[in-house]
Write a protein that binds this ligand. Structure first.
Ligand code: SF4
Length: 332
């Protein structure tokens, strides 16, 4: 089949509301027709969300950067004895939360390293004290990799641990730690931490407990399009099962200060940064929303009838925002 015929067949499927296959997804990554891709992505978005985008305002707390793992793409982690390593005190954590509240945040995103010497109770205490001090803040805390670590620390099942944290004030799970699920890539970039099966299982358990979660994909390093599509399809399958994902966030890899710094810094380009999001929207049409990835960011339309929210992902739960086509007026 020629490229045009294949694209036309995919267009027909999207227009009919049919599911795209793995092969369709890989084809879309290789195709250079961004405008058709964006048009299809916008069709899927409007079918799902009409002319609404969603956002919230959040702030991040990273309670420690000391980490037992050494993911090759990570520029955040520190060794225990490195001058760069830190652990925030309760007072620092509470001050950060109070500052976020004063600045209008509605959500705290809490993730960090897996510290060699901190006990399980320390991580639980972070959520407890913030929830007690700032009950209006939604707490989106700890990636599946961290939940897996807590299970290793305690010998307890992750489901029980999630339930205990929910009782302490946990509101939802962030989408980090997913990276690329496929073992051909995962075993090279982060072989020791929770694998794809554990990541998916933990999010399933969270959804079954009534917690919503996000999902991410780290792209632009050693993976190929087929690994990205495999990743998206695994997420789509869990979304089919639980409906618990609220946001998908494609994260562009930045090689500086990582074990992959030899990879040429790609810079921003439409081909690199818009294709992952557009293909994602077309493939994972059951994921309701996507995420622009910046706290409080709102979507701005661009020329061809699709907006940044088609190409990026619009996060966030409340409140709905009416998106003006010119990108200048927004009403709640
Ligand atoms: S587990 Fe997280 S903090 Fe630790 S090295 Fe990997 S990406 Fe970095």
């Amino acid at each position: 089949m020629t490229v045009n015929l294949q694209l036309a067949a995919i267009r027909k499927k999207v227009q009919a509301g049919e599911r795209l296959s793995f092969e369709d997804g890989v084809f879309l990554y290789d195709c250079d027709d961004l405008f058709t891709l964006a048009e299809l992505a916008n069709l899927v978005r409007e079918r799902k969300n009409g002319n609404f985008a969603y956002y919230n305002v959040n702030a991040h707390i990273n309670p420690t950067n000391v980490c037992v793992y050494r993911c090759i793409f990570c520029a955040f982690r520190s060794d225990l004895k490195s001058p760069k390593g830190y652990v925030m005190s309760d007072e620092q954590i509470l001050e950060r939360a109070a500052e976020a509240e004063r600045n209008g945040a509605t959500e705290l995103h809490i993730v960090g390293g897996l510290h060699h010497q901190l006990p399980y109770e320390w991580y639980l205490n972070v959520v407890k004290i913030i929830h007690q001090a700032q009950p209006r803040l939604h707490l989106k805390a700890y990636t599946a990799v961290e939940w897996d670590w807590f299970s290793r620390l305690t010998g307890r099942p992750t489901r029980d641990i999630l339930a205990e944290f929910k009782e302490a004030g946990l509101g939802s799970l962030p989408g980090g730690g997913a990276e690329i699920f496929h073992p051909e890539v995962r075993d090279k970039i982060c072989e020791h931490k929770a694998d794809a099966g554990a990541w998916i299982r933990i999010h399933r358990e969270a959804h079954q407990l009534g917690l919503r979660s996000n999902a991410t994909m780290l792209y632009g390093h050693i993976e190929e399009p087929r690994h990205r599509i495999d990743h998206l399809i695994r997420l789509r399958e869990l979304q089919d099962e639980t409906g618990g994902f609220q946001t998908f966030i494609p994260l562009a890899f930045h090689p500086d200060n990582t074990g992959l710094s030899h990879i040429q810094k790609p810079g921003s380009s439409r081909k690199r940064d818009e294709f992952p999001s557009s293909v994602t929207r077309s493939i994972t049409r059951s994921c309701a929303k996507t995420d622009a990835g910046k706290p409080g960011s709102r979507s701005s339309p661009s020329r061809s009838g699709y907006s940044q929210s088609d190409l990026c992902l619009v996060r966030f739960k409340t409140p709905p925002v009416r998106l003006d086509r010119r990108g200048v007026n927004y009403q709640t």
